[in-house]
Write a protein that binds this ligand. Structure first.
Ligand SMILES: *Cc1c(COP(=O)(O)O)cnc(C)c1O
Length: 292
């Protein structure tokens, strides 16, 4: 199983060279930054655990990787969601379908979801492992540190004194730990989920020692997992030029925001491909609807 040392591709677009850290080429079960965020659990045996518990979106990339982790470890996997749309119920591919095939027990909570999840940590038993929504917890640092090492080694090889690293944020966990372990470089990100204020709060919640925070390139236009015609154009252009398939949820926003801020960035740019392409079939269907 390939969980580290992803290759780096490059392409030119609008007179800029973009380097892409191909974490999407890591093991398909733990694609992208989920391989990094879950590395701690993959490398350590946790003999007292027999059940994994988590919660979040019904098409979450992390949910799918957790279902693979549970299967690999022969754990039960309980996943709480708010509601399942009729559209989601009818899907025959994508993260939800594949997670259920891996044995995930899905529990729909409706109105109780928020209060239930807020209190979940206090109900966890000694045989259970709780992984927070989006994997926003300190164990994620372990694998992100390895990603940082790979980036530093590559930058040295390229003779880059400066580097701008761009990574899309959901919980912001990956961006924050990347900046922590690459203090010599600038990490840029954008809030794909929630507001810039939400993202800052996420950073604050994970900071334990003095460190720089990643630079947030503000997204106040695009809502998460929502199709927009202009984003489709951006991502199609990028995909055609680079010949790389990107994720259709985070990456269209991320590329659009990055391309709009190029005048602010003078260093070579390394874009972290966080995987997630397994969810593209479901998201593409939603794009087709607004484009037709
Ligand atoms: C999970 C994910 C992210 C966000 O990672 P965070 O550490 O939660 O910020 C970005 N892009 C893709 C494709 C993802 O699956």
């Amino acid at each position: 199983m390939r969980l580290i040392n992803s290759p780096i591709s490059q392409f030119d677009y609008k007179q800029h060279t973009f380097y892409v850290k191909r974490d999407d080429l890591l093991d398909p079960q733990f694609s992208g930054n989920k391989a990094r965020k879950l590395a701690y659990y993959l490398e350590n045996s946790l003999p007292h655990i027999d059940t994994l518990v988590s919660y979040g979106g019904s098409q979450s990339n992390l949910m799918y990787s957790l279902s693979c982790l549970a299967k690999l470890k022969q754990w039960n996997f309980i996943y709480y969601i708010k509601t399942l749309s009729t559209q989601a119920k009818s899907e025959t591919s994508g993260n939800l379908t594949y997670s259920l095939q891996n044995g995930m027990q899905l529990i729909e909570l409706k109105n109780d979801y928020n209060s239930f999840c807020d209190n979940l940590a206090s109900t966890i038993k000694s045989n259970q492992l709780l992984i927070k929504q989006g994997g926003a917890q300190i164990e994620a640092e372990y694998g992100i540190q390895q990603l940082a090492h790979e980036i530093r080694a590559w930058a040295q090889q390229q003779n880059f004194q400066q580097l701008a690293i761009f990574i899309a944020s959901g919980t912001g966990t990956s961006a924050l730990y990347l900046q922590k372990h690459l203090p010599e470089f600038e990490v840029y990100t954008t809030n794909c989920v929630g507001s810039p204020e939400y993202l800052l709060k996420q950073f604050e919640a994970l900071i334990t020692t003095k460190q720089n925070k990643p630079n947030i390139l503000v997204n106040d236009t695009y809502r998460f997992a929502t199709p927009y015609a202009e984003l489709y154009k951006t991502i199609t252009d990028i995909q055609n030029t680079s010949q790389i398939e990107f994720d259709m949820v985070y990456d269209p926003i991320a590329w659009n925001i990055l391309l709009n801020h190029l005048n602010k960035i003078s260093s070579p740019i390394l874009y972290i491909h966080c995987g997630g392409t397994i969810g593209n079939t479901t998201m593409l269907k939603r794009y087709k609807k607004i484009l037709s």
